[in-house]
Design a protein around this ligand. Structure first.
Ligand SMILES: [Zn+2]
Length: 357
């Protein structure tokens, strides 16, 4: 008997809707018909409130359905209106067609996110979504558009941690910083003299042009410290860190392999002092160097990105086209340019627009 009850209970556990049937079985085998009637009556009484609840539920469901239909048709009208502009901007962006269509489908359920989803720039990489979010959380003062390119060039990673070797150390547009370094033993093969220093041929010719143009305006520029080999940088960095500790040295001196001077595309002008920025020469360079394919690599506007103190004397050659884009677009660091024009390329139409401007 006891074991029989146990079996029935376990059956109930698995099939909750068989309670009635099981009760009958139990009672046919057993003892009390009055109990059957009582149970039946209790069940019948339960049916009435259940019916009322069902009716209320049906009415509520109809009301909800009416409300939903109303808002859906409103949505549909809105979406048709948006479709025109979405199509136009997708065409303008060139390759945005696919993501635009996916975005529209995803947005059907949630009205609020539509705008942010559409605002993702072309250098947004969905694989880095977690890193973008973490960096944005840690830096609420930085706008999302900047968060994307900053994470794209590893600014969410501590300097000198998880660093990457540069695949092509001869690329004029390479980006050497505290995250990207030159391959071991790299030395440029086309060095030419500029004054008492050496630079790669293309960069050296452009630097000489700039020095001559400044001279024509009565300004005296000279190349003071150009190409430095890996070995020279080893000694230089060792001296600086012996004097001011590693932390102090890192604010103004690159670790070996991480120095732009090893590329042959860089030189330090004149006195190599902060005061240079306030001289007529320093001001002229800041204003005009882009016309010769140069940038002032470390400025007070980009310290948070380069992680170096401002160096108004440190010139980096990137070529005239790139320097013009940075100048015209107001791009303040090579890091930002590198993400937006080297790692990713802007959609064709806006690149043409940049060329016109
Ligand atoms: Zn320098």
């Amino acid at each position: 008997m006891a074991s029989g009850n146990e079996e029935e209970r376990s059956a109930r556990g698995h099939h909750g809707d068989k309670i009635i049937e099981i009760d009958y079985v139990e009672l046919k085998n057993g003892e009390d018909r009055a109990l059957v009637r009582r149970k039946k009556r209790r069940r019948r009484q339960k049916v009435k409130p259940a019916l009322i609840i069902l009716l209320v539920a049906v009415i509520a469901a109809i009301l909800v359905a009416v409300l939903i239909l109303g808002s859906v048709s409103k949505d549909a009208a809105g979406r048709e209106k948006d479709a025109g502009s979405t199509g136009a901007s997708a065409a303008a962006d060139g390759d945005a067609g696919d993501s635009g269509a996916a975005g529209t489908q995803e947005d059907d359920g949630e009205d609020g996110d539509a705008d942010t989803a559409d605002a993702k720039p072309y250098y947004y990489n969905p694989e880095r979504e977690g890193r973008y979010a973490a960096f944005a959380d840690a830096h609420p003062e930085i706008g999302m558009e900047d968060v994307y390119w900053m994470v794209d060039c590893d600014l969410d990673v501590a300097p000198y941690e998880d660093t990457h070797p540069l695949p092509d150390p001869n690329d004029i547009l390479l980006m050497v910083n505290k995250h990207f370094y030159l391959p071991d033993g790299f030395a440029p093969t086309d060095l030419v003299p500029v004054g008492n220093t050496m630079m790669r041929a293309e960069a050296g010719a452009a630097m000489q042009e700039m020095i001559d143009a400044a001279a024509a305006e009565g300004l005296n520029l000279w190349s003071q410290s150009g190409y430095r080999s890996y070995g020279v940088q080893v000694n230089l960095y060792a001296d600086y860190s012996a004097q001011g500790g590693v932390e102090g040295a890192d604010t103004h001196s690159a670790r070996p392999g991480y120095s732009e001077h090893q590329t042959g595309l860089t030189t330090d002008l004149n006195t190599i002092t902060d005061a240079f920025g306030d001289t007529a020469e320093g001001k002229w360079v800041a204003e005009n160097c882009w016309q010769y394919g140069y940038i002032v690599r470390y400025t007070k506007e980009n310290t948070d990105v380069t992680l170096y103190k401002p160096e108004p004397w440190h010139m980096r050659y990137i070529g005239r086209d790139a320097a013009k884009v940075m100048h015209d677009e107001g791009i303040l660091s090579l890091e930002e340019y590198w993400v937006k024009y080297v790692l990713y390329q802007p959609p064709e139409t806006s690149a043409a627009g940049a060329g016109v401007g």
